[in-house]
Design a protein. Structure first.
Length: 294
């Protein structure tokens, strides 16, 4: 039997002073109520009621147990009420795990709009380029650029990262010309350490994917730091185009090897597979997907 259900029956029997009255309230039979009380007494190991010919009354142990049962059922009712409200309203704490550059360059604007629409939501943003365990980290939604493996999680596509190669005008003036991918072997490269392996760059010729082993001048898990070092003339870097679009337009950085087809890496929202997601999580997933699709 369900112990919580038996506790609720027990508190009503105690309050009404009758198995029959409790059975009528729960729309069940007196026999069903009696069985639940008997099962609860067996679990506790004591008699909870004195049975008289025409009435029942609580034993001393029953009186003590009633106080505990009332507290438990009240707290559970309140908790379930809060959960139902959470399912129905867009409120509460939304916990996100987001890559560093994405958080500042692409997320801040839609997040601002979402919070203006739903002021009862608060957001806890963890900025990390590393993959996190959603269950272990108590994360609602993680945003990641990757080809996803079957992990038991759900995912929603946001956008495709177009990978581009670039360097500063100063670096290009002071080093050998870069005409073909083989020329990279003579150059200093700024590599992203979370790529595996970080020193292997891939280029699509249209017929095949060619892998080039590059010389790592600087290796880092912070993409914004690599972009900054490229602007300062320390070497060639490869990052999603949206990260350096302004620099490319202003001429601070120069695109390289544009004759090759760009590599695209999908970016997803990843979240736990649960039928009863809080409304704030469902609402944010739909909002962000619509924002980027439009």
């Amino acid at each position: 039997m369900d112990k919580f259900d038996c506790l609720k029956v027990f508190t009503r029997v105690a309050h009404l002073g009758s198995f029959t009255a409790a059975a009528n309230e729960f729309n069940t039979t007196q026999s069903a109520v009696s069985k639940k009380i008997a099962w609860l007494e067996k679990q506790v190991g004591v008699s909870l009621f004195y049975r008289h010919a025409r009435a029942i009354s609580l034993t001393e142990s029953g009186q003590q147990y009633l106080g505990l049962a009332l507290n438990i059922t009240h707290e559970m009712d309140c908790f379930e009420s809060n959960l139902r409200q959470e399912q129905a309203t867009i409120s509460g704490v939304l916990k996100l795990s987001v890559p560093s550059a994405f958080s500042t360059q692409l997320l801040s604007q839609p997040l601002n709009q979402f919070l203006n629409l739903h002021p009862q939501v608060t957001v806890d943003v963890s900025v990390s380029d590393k993959f996190v365990d959603l269950l272990e980290g108590n994360i609602d939604i993680a945003i990641r650029a990757a080809y996803l493996k079957d992990s038991g999680l759900k995912a929603k596509w946001l956008l495709d990262n177009e990978l581009v190669y670039f360097a500063s005008p100063y670096y290009l003036k002071t080093t050998p010309a870069i005409i073909d991918i083989d020329d990279l072997r003579q150059h200093k490269c700024l590599t992203y350490s979370l790529s595996t392996p970080s020193n292997l760059w891939r280029f699509n010729t249209g017929k095949e994917v060619v892998k080039i082993k590059v010389n790592e001048q600087i290796r880092s898990d912070n993409p914004e730091m690599l972009v900054q070092m490229a602007k300062l003339g320390q070497g060639i870097a490869a990052m999603p185009r949206w990260m350096v679009e302004q620099e490319l337009q202003s001429g601070t950085l120069i695109l390289l090897l544009t004759q090759y087809q760009t590599q695209k890496l999908p970016m997803y929202m990843v979240y736990k597979d649960a039928e009863q997601q809080p409304q704030r999580i469902r609402a944010f997933i739909d909002f962000l997907a619509d924002y980027f699709n439009s």
